[in-house]
Design a protein around this ligand. Structure first.
Ligand SMILES: *[C@@H]1O[C@H](CO)[C@@H](O)[C@H](O)[C@H]1NC(C)=O
Ligand SMILES: *[C@@H]1O[C@H](CO)[C@@H](O)[C@H](O)[C@H]1NC(C)=O
Ligand SMILES: *[C@@H]1O[C@H](CO)[C@@H](O)[C@H](O)[C@H]1NC(C)=O
Ligand SMILES: *[C@@H]1O[C@H](CO)[C@@H](O)[C@H](O)[C@H]1NC(C)=O
Ligand SMILES: *[C@@H]1O[C@H](CO)[C@@H](O)[C@H](O)[C@H]1NC(C)=O
Ligand SMILES: [Zn+2]
Length: 503
């Protein structure tokens, strides 16, 4: 049978020009190709000042030393790596670095769990009961609360601690109930995705009664702002459930109250913390609900957006994608804003899965069809070339949360995280910390460390860091005028950071 000869594809011709007829590839051309690749990565085109170049040389040296270690932190489970990271000189620098905004953080995991134990549970009127699955529940009440099903009788923590000579063990056991972090072998404690998600969701139930008590609700958020601000984060987009918040006498407040409270506290915080640019709220609902509940939630969110146009950024769903309903199931509810002309920007979690080819795996493309403003996680994006292309062309940034993906068992070694590829081609990405309290971190620096050292490898540099920080402003929901202001403030802080760290 005759084989029809075809013209070789362009790439083959290109390779031939490079190699045909030469025994050794031309070093000049090799250099040119390497430069080309380097220029394509996140920050590859950023023009550096002399001072930035000096700082980069320092960072490069630190990174080489870090990479040469046998216990390279990004290759390890974060729970084992945390102490190593804390003593890393790169981490020290990243803490001081102005990181811009954190665009993917959840309200009830924004503060480290230690604060909940040492502050919230030490307040008067705090009751605890132990569930029959060895978890705990809390409630603040002016009188003995009514018993919960499948929970021991309520004990007043104040009384319990008074009877003890030393409450350290009790406090540590409470702490273990409020965070996934463990000193034990994390692979043994959390052997599968199902297991780690079950524990993750149970820990939210455990802290629920603490953080939805009005006084704690306020202070928790204020403490969250403090921790991000201290970590040199100047702006937050907070995914918030806006739950029913209660008082000691059992009376409750509605969602508008919760949103208004966040707004008041943000203003109060900004008045006393110079350079903090504020918070915007992305209202969330659990994806486990049915279509009619979702319709109500979207309608309510549209109204909140109308009443709090500047403070509220938009809408999203939370909960494990693999177990919840896919976005497409909610398409009617999610089309209401466009149909009724009351705009409601979306910030969907999508592609936080490794279930390739399932209904849920379709979320990435559907999020884009529904005009999402950003993609939460987008872990599966490399499996969807069309979605990836759309995300790039439309500037729909991917919110990359490396530690979250590792702890929730999508990836073991962060050098293999799909966002390493996205960073090698300057895909629009921002780095965030998702649920720092649950993962044993605070603020944003730990995730920046994993992104810079693990995802970026030796080749990412000070330009990459600069670009990631600038991306967090550029892909925020702020108006372009606000973005310019935020960018100017960030630049001022950045210059100060660079000059203070080169010698
Ligand atoms: C908890 O924190 C608040 C706000 O910072 C503070 O006023 C209060 O005294 C603290 N309470 C305890 C028990 O540590
Ligand atoms: C309380 O107990 C912990 C652990 O059991 C121990 O490390 C600590 O030293 C004790 N503190 C006091 C004041 O006895
Ligand atoms: C949660 O706290 C209870 C009560 O202190 C304790 O018995 C239980 O072991 C703790 N759970 C975990 C996972 O540590
Ligand atoms: C949807 O869920 C709500 C709350 O769980 C329930 O009251 C309602 O009956 C459900 N609607 C349908 C159509 O299943
Ligand atoms: C998304 O945007 C397109 C183009 O602007 C528009 O036609 C479509 O109705 C929008 N869909 C939704 C659900 O927002
Ligand atoms: Zn999230």
């Amino acid at each position: 049978m005759a084989v029809q000869l075809q013209r070789p594809p362009a790439a083959v011709v290109f390779l031939c020009v490079l190699t045909c007829g030469l025994s050794i590839p031309d070093p000049g051309q090799r250099e040119a190709l390497m430069q080309l690749e380097a220029s394509m990565q996140t920050g590859g085109q950023v023009v550096l000042t002399d001072a930035e170049r000096q700082l980069d040389a320092l960072l490069f040296k630190m990174k080489q030393e870090e990479t040469a270690r046998t216990d390279f932190p990004p290759a390890m489970h974060f729970f084992r790596a945390r102490d190593l990271i804390r003593t890393s000189p790169i981490f020290g620098l990243l803490q001081k670095m102005p990181k811009g905004g954190a665009l993917h953080v959840h309200d009830f995991s924004m503060v480290d769990a230690e604060w909940l134990v040492k502050n919230a549970t030490y307040r008067p009127h705090c009751y605890m009961c132990c569930t029959d699955s060895r978890s705990v529940r809390f409630i603040f009440s002016s009188q003995q609360p009514k018993p919960l099903p499948r929970c021991s009788s309520w004990v007043l923590l104040e009384n319990l601690r008074d009877k003890m000579i030393n409450a350290t063990d009790l406090d540590n056991s409470i702490l273990r109930n409020l965070t996934l972090f463990t000193d034990q072998d994390p692979e043994a404690v959390y052997p599968s995705q199902d297991e780690v998600w079950d524990r993750f969701e149970d820990k939210f139930l455990a802290l629920w009664g603490l953080v939805t008590y009005a006084l704690v609700f306020r202070d928790y958020y204020y403490q969250g702002l403090t921790q991000f601000y201290t970590d040199n984060v100047m702006y937050l987009e907070l995914r918030a459930l806006l739950p029913e918040v209660y008082e000691l006498d059992g009376s409750t407040h509605n969602r508008v109250w919760a949103l208004k409270t966040y707004q008041d506290i943000t203003r109060q915080f900004m008045a006393t913390h110079s350079g903090f640019f504020g918070t915007r709220i992305i209202v969330t609902i659990h994806r486990g609900v049915n279509a009619s509940v979702m319709t109500e939630a979207v309608e309510e969110a549209m109204k909140l957006k109308k009443d709090f146009p500047d403070f509220m950024a938009g809408f999203d769903m939370v909960g494990r994608e693999d177990r919840g309903r896919p976005l497409w199931y909610f398409r009617d509810a999610l089309s209401l804003p466009v149909e009724s002309g009351l705009p409601l920007p979306f910030f969907f979690h999508a592609g936080e899965t490794d279930l390739e080819g399932t209904e849920v795996d379709q979320n990435l493309l559907d999020a884009l069809l529904l005009n999402t403003s950003r993609i939460g996680h987008g872990f599966a994006l490399l499996h969807h070339p069309v979605a990836k292309d759309l995300s790039r062309k439309r500037g729909v940034a991917v919110e990359v949360c490396p530690i979250s993906n590792q702890v929730l068992k999508l990836v073991k070694d962060l050098r293999n995280h799909p966002a390493a590829v996205l960073m090698s081609e300057n895909h629009p990405v921002v780095i965030s910390s998702d649920d720092p309290g649950m993962f044993g971190t605070s603020g944003l620096s730990y995730d920046f460390y994993e992104a810079f050292v693990g995802l970026g490898g030796i080749k990412s540099h000070i330009g990459s860091l600069k670009q990631l920080a600038m991306n967090s402003i550029r892909y925020s929901s702020l108006t372009s005028e606000q973005q310019n202001k935020a960018m100017a403030e960030w630049q001022r802080r950045w210059n100060k950071f660079v000059s203070e760290n080169v010698f």
